[in-house]
Design a protein around this ligand. Structure first.
Ligand code: ZN
Length: 384
């Protein structure tokens, strides 16, 4: 630490010093992070669309529920066989009906790092063909809205769907306005994975690439991790249906989604090095902050690890091994946080790295004035 202090006093060139600071910071966080562990993508939930009494889209000889299940199992096997450290969880591995909200629950309860919902497309125009991968959001075209309407209609098989989905009517365009205001925390990561999938569909499986899209899918709505819905092709297109019912075709599709998963896993784990600042010495952080920082965000996300009516000493046993703790007194409650970033996702990763020690940690947003904001308010500010 002393070495770093002296080192920076000697440097006059600010730009060079910033570069060195960043490399030191990186080196420091990799070498000396709290538990020496980097973020690892550990759990994936694979959701085969439809099932049981809900067939999904039908082709001339096939049902969506069967093809989605077959591809899901193939994908899960590829991951289990080739990436042993990853826990594969299926929302269904037989022909059963599972309500959409329960599918998201399964992913949330298992603290999944990625949720993949697999579906087949349908269209009155039998020439429509190709693959598309969706992240949660407001549709940009009527075509995307139609896909979401068809997939969301699965809830009509559920009892009491109106209460369960807060009055959502899958067939009414007005219902979809909620997705305009919904803040999708994991959008960037979901879009990253979606684009890997589409790339692989094109190169590995030689499928027509209809692109990465967004629409309001109920199955993704309440997931608390990056999540995508993949339309692997049109059962209403006879040629594409032949490909999708074939064992070989399903292997290609599963292999493409698997390869995209591998790419995404590497990317996200590599990126997490940048976020493990928990043990960063103050001197280094100060040096970065001094550099006429650009784009100062109006709000910072932090991971709250404790709160109490009376102050807790930073030296207490409870905080052992954790440095750079911040204390905020908000509404007469002392709150203790670690980390700070304008990027919510960085805090998600940080939270995961300290989950063993602080299982109840959660993310809060603090305005520059020191006022705590709800996450919704914070996302609005950040997006302005
Ligand atoms: Zn479907």
């Amino acid at each position: 630490m002393v070495f770093i202090d002296i080192f920076f006093k000697q440097k006059k060139d600010q730009f060079l010093s910033l570069l060195l600071t960043i490399s030191l910071l990186l080196l420091y966080s990799i070498t000396y992070s709290q538990n020496g562990e980097k973020y690892l993508l550990k759990t994936i939930v694979i959701d085969a669309g439809h099932g049981g009494l809900d067939n999904g889209t039908s082709g001339k000889q096939s049902k969506e529920k069967d093809i989605a299940l077959s591809i899901s199992l193939k994908l899960g096997n590829l991951i289990k066989e080739n990436i042993p450290g990853v826990n594969v969880i299926y929302t269904r591995d037989t022909d059963v009906f599972i309500p959409l909200n329960e599918r998201a629950d399964i992913a949330n309860k298992n603290k999944a790092d990625l949720f993949i919902s697999i579906h087949c497309n349908g269209n009155p125009n039998s020439y429509a063909s190709g693959t598309e991968t969706y992240a949660m959001g407001l549709h940009k075209t009527d075509g995307n809205l139609e896909v979401a309407k068809i997939e969301n209609s699965a809830i009509l098989f559920e009892e009491d769907y109106s209460t369960k989905y807060e009055g959502f009517d899958p067939n009414s365009a007005e219902s979809y306005i909620i997705f305009k205001f919904l803040q999708n925390t994991f959008l960037q990561q979901s879009l990253n994975y979606a684009s890997f999938v589409q790339d692989q569909f094109e190169t590995r499986a030689q499928r027509k690439n209809r692109g990465v899209k967004q629409a309001g899918f109920l199955v993704l709505w309440k997931t608390t991790m990056p999540s995508v819905l993949i339309e692997v092709g049109f059962l209403t297109n006879p040629k594409e249906e032949l490909f999708l019912v074939s064992n070989e075709g399903q292997d290609y599709i599963a292999s493409a989604i698997y390869r995209a998963f591998k790419d995404y896993k590497s990317m996200i784990e590599e990126k997490s090095h940048f976020a493990s600042k928990i043990e960063t010495p103050d001197t280094i952080v100060d040096n970065i902050n001094d550099e006429n920082s650009v784009n100062i965000s109006p709000v910072s996300f932090k991971v709250q690890i404790a709160s109490a009516r009376n102050p807790i000493s930073f030296d207490s046993e409870y905080f052992k091994g954790i440095s750079n703790i911040e204390e905020y007194k908000i509404d007469n409650i002392y709150k203790y946080t670690v980390g700070s970033s304008a990027d919510y996702n960085e805090m998600v990763i940080l939270k995961k790295t300290i989950e063993d020690k602080f299982p109840d940690a959660f993310i809060i947003a603090i305005e520059n004035s020191g006022k705590q904001l709800s996450l919704t308010e914070a996302f609005k500010l950040v997006n302005q």
